[in-house]
Design a protein around this ligand. Structure first.
Ligand code: F6P
Length: 349
């Protein structure tokens, strides 16, 4: 096989583990005798022709670093206009034979558009702390965010105990409660309000009141940022956040926990405080598990390109790292299924 030139980009919200994917793709591609070129700021670098060479010096030691040396943005050729044509022109100019696209749902939409409508040979690598990309059961970044969120809950638990308080902690995840579910369980949360479950604030308050009646003086409440406040009494109905949109027209979440905390304080009479963990969940070095997953994903992505197998998403399915059709990423966000609700409830209280 003659030497190929392989492009790589990281798109969408960043997460720990992206550099480990870049490092793994580069090393494996070099083993195969290919060149690797990085596009900056996700699809923007392809559309606007902005690249950095990926040499051994550039890649050395990046596996342990958070963020992405390629930078990231939500720009996307699927947004229309002449972006796909400009992207193809850039790729032709740099004689790129195939593109490895590391991203979540939006970035993969771009990859599919370019693969299906413009014949670009692409392979996708899934990343997002939300763990909600359809087609894979695990995404790069999730484990690191889970570790950060769990540590935050451990810390909130001790300060909650010192002051006999209820601590409400809001976690990221958009409409998917994976992060809230597993961090809530691992961090010993007494109430876990997932976007997928229709628990009311009255139920949440009842759990807290019962705990305190049984001798506990503090409680920990986890709220997934996509939880929509529900009230069985109607007392807290109409508490909706003003919808804010990001630069790409997607809803910007964050803040519902302020309303949840207000309701819990009112219903229980216990002093309640709020922590919105925010982007802390996306920062810092990846966990060992994310480094390992990213390395496996990058290795397979490079092998797929080398074999000329395109239109695939590298995925974690039933414990195995494998390749699935990229089309699978088009489905609805992978949210916590109803079959898990009993499991989550069994850790509450
Ligand atoms: O999709 C990852 C994510 O971190 C979500 O959990 C969160 O709602 C969103 O991105 C935040 O996006 P931004 O960085 O644009 O504020």
């Amino acid at each position: 096989m003659p030497c190929m030139r392989i492009g790589i980009l990281t798109g969408g919200g960043d997460c720990p583990g992206l550099n480990a994917v870049i490092s793994s793709v580069a090393r494996r591609s070099w083993d195969h005798g290919h060149d690797v070129i990085g596009f900056t700021y996700g699809w923007r670098g392809v559309i606007e022709d902005s690249t950095i060479p990926l040499t051994r010096d550039v890649v050395r030691g990046i596996m342990r670093e958070g963020g992405t040396i390629l930078r990231s943005s939500g720009d996307n050729p699927a947004h229309g206009g002449d972006a796909p044509e400009r992207a193809m022109a850039t790729l032709r100019k740099h004689e790129v034979d195939a593109l490895i696209v590391v991203g979540g749902e939006g970035t993969m939409r771009g990859a599919l558009t370019m693969w299906r409508d413009h014949g670009l040979p692409v392979v996708g690598v899934p990343k997002t702390i939300d763990n909600d990309l359809p087609g894979t059961e695990l995404t790069v970044g999730f484990d690191s965010a889970l570790a950060i969120a769990t540590e935050a809950l451990d810390r909130l638990a001790t300060t909650a105990e010192s002051h006999d308080r209820v601590m409400v902690c809001e976690l990221m995840g958009r409409t998917a409660g994976w992060l809230s579910m597993y961090a809530g369980i691992a961090g010993g949360a007494d109430v876990i309000l997932l976007p997928e479950m229709d628990m009311t604030v009255e139920e949440a308050a009842q759990i807290v009141t019962k705990r305190h009646a049984q001798g506990r003086d503090s409680s920990l409440v986890v709220v997934g940022e996509g939880y929509e406040l529900r009230s069985s009494t109607g007392l807290f109905d109409g508490v909706a956040l003003e919808e804010q949109l990001d630069a790409y027209g997607f809803p910007r979440l964050g803040g519902v926990s302020n309303h949840v905390a207000g309701a819990i304080e009112q219903l229980t009479g216990y002093e309640t405080r709020v922590t919105i963990l925010g982007h802390v969940q996306r920062g810092g070095p990846p966990t060992a598990r994310d480094r390992a997953l990213a390395s496996r994903f990058g290795f397979l992505a490079a092998d797929l390109v080398h074999a000329g197998t395109f239109g695939k998403l590298v995925a974690h399915v039933a414990g195995q790292v494998t390749a699935v059709p990229l089309e699978l990423t088009e489905g609805d966000a992978r949210v916590v299924p109803e079959s898990e609700f009993d499991f989550v409830r069994s850790f509450m209280g």
